[in-house]
Design a protein around this ligand. Structure first.
Ligand SMILES: *Cc1c(COP(=O)(O)O)cnc(C)c1O
Length: 356
């Protein structure tokens, strides 16, 4: 394994005093991880250096053609004080899925997990201590060839930055209001929807902006071809409890395969619930609602873990789910997933990795 050089900062920043005001992704730790790719040399020069600006040519390809991929994961302060990671190998495997789609040279997944552990270790003191807080970790790769010409890059940078983040729900799980997006689409099969890449987010901003202007938190995306089948909600995967079946859209290329989604499916099945990954149309959800069978709905993702949906608007129809309150299954999932992530309940699945 390559050696990671460590250059510690000479000017450590003051750590945030009031952990109730951390918010999300606004404060960054003292260090970052960097590694370069140059054709002929492969990925090389892994290093941890003081956090700071990166110099780029204005012609750097990532700025013009969006050849960029990223990941989102967290380090949690475990019950014994040690930092914990949640299924980090899944994040690195998904990064390589994204890399492959965007013609970015693959990374050594095991090495990158070690690099992230090393960075978390160096900035360990930055992991907040209050209930529900964590250290958000953002690995990303971008093309830096100074060429305004369209071709896969020969020179790239892998960077990891970390940000202490607050409890997503300081006042307890709060159901969100979502509307079904009928004008814009996020991704199509054959495109990049299954990858974590900047372009997917650029494509989603307009819809999100319009939703927020109408007092909705996020949009529910429909498939880009028939505008009929449910895909995701905002930046989360989505689940519907319909009668005694828990349904989430099958991964068919346009949907991001969330690690929280996977863990949710595995947990639910271990509890004996019937979980289906299949096509689910908005008509079916609406019909289930009319028949009183739509019991719960929730989004899943690293940032919020479980985000109950209290209201779903489809055209003129407003569906209030579980009286706009958090449902039993959502609460149970939230308690168990966060319990495992923070090392408070037994991790029967071997999901949690301690940073030594
Ligand atoms: C990251 C992401 C998710 C959630 O994935 P997790 O691994 O659970 O955090 C869902 N949808 C989109 C579009 C995403 O980018």
């Amino acid at each position: 394994m390559q050696e990671i050089k460590i250059e510690l900062t000479k000017n450590p920043k003051a750590k945030p005093q009031d952990e109730s005001k951390l918010g999300f992704g606004q404060i960054f730790t003292d260090h970052m991880f960097l590694m370069n790719y140059d054709e002929g040399e492969g990925w090389h020069n892994p290093r941890i250096v003081p956090f700071g600006p990166i110099e780029l040519s204005p012609a750097a390809m990532c700025l013009h053609y969006g050849q960029e991929v990223f990941e989102g994961m967290k380090a949690y302060r475990g019950a014994n004080g040690k930092p914990l990671l949640f299924r980090p190998e899944k994040n690195m495997a998904r990064l390589n899925l994204s890399n492959d789609r965007l013609c970015i040279p693959l990374i050594d997944e095991e090495f990158c997990v070690e690099a992230i552990k090393a960075l978390v270790k160096v900035d360990e003191e930055w992991i907040p201590k209050s209930e529900g807080t964590s250290l958000y970790i953002r690995p990303f790769i971008f093309a830096v060839d100074p060429h305004v010409g369209v071709h896969p890059a020969h020179h790239l940078v892998f960077c990891v930055i970390c940000s202490p983040v607050g409890a997503y729900y300081p006042e307890g799980l709060n159901p969100v209001k979502i509307y079904v997006e009928q004008k814009y689409v996020r991704a199509v099969r054959g495109g990049m929807g299954f990858t974590k890449t900047a372009g997917n987010y650029a494509a989603s901003l307009k819809a999100q902006d319009e939703a927020q202007k109408q007092n909705y938190t996020q949009v529910l995306w429909l498939d880009g071809v028939e505008r009929k089948y449910i895909e995701e909600v905002g930046t989360m995967n989505v689940f519907f409890v319909i009668g005694d079946e828990i349904v989430t859209p099958a991964l068919q290329g346009s949907i991001l395969g969330g690690i929280t989604r996977l863990s949710t499916i595995e947990l639910l099945r271990s509890w004996g619930y019937k979980v289906s990954e299949r096509q689910l149309s908005i008509e079916e959800v609406s019909k289930a609602y009319d028949e009183g069978k739509l019991v719960e709905s929730f989004g899943t993702g690293t940032a919020a873990v479980i985000s109950p949906i209290g209201e779903l608007k489809w055209g003129d129809k407003i569906m209030t789910i579980n009286n706009g309150e958090i449902g039993e299954i959502s609460q149970k999932l939230y308690d168990n997933l966060t319990g495992i992530q923070w090392g408070k309940i037994e991790d029967k699945f071997g999901w949690v990795v301690e940073v030594e």
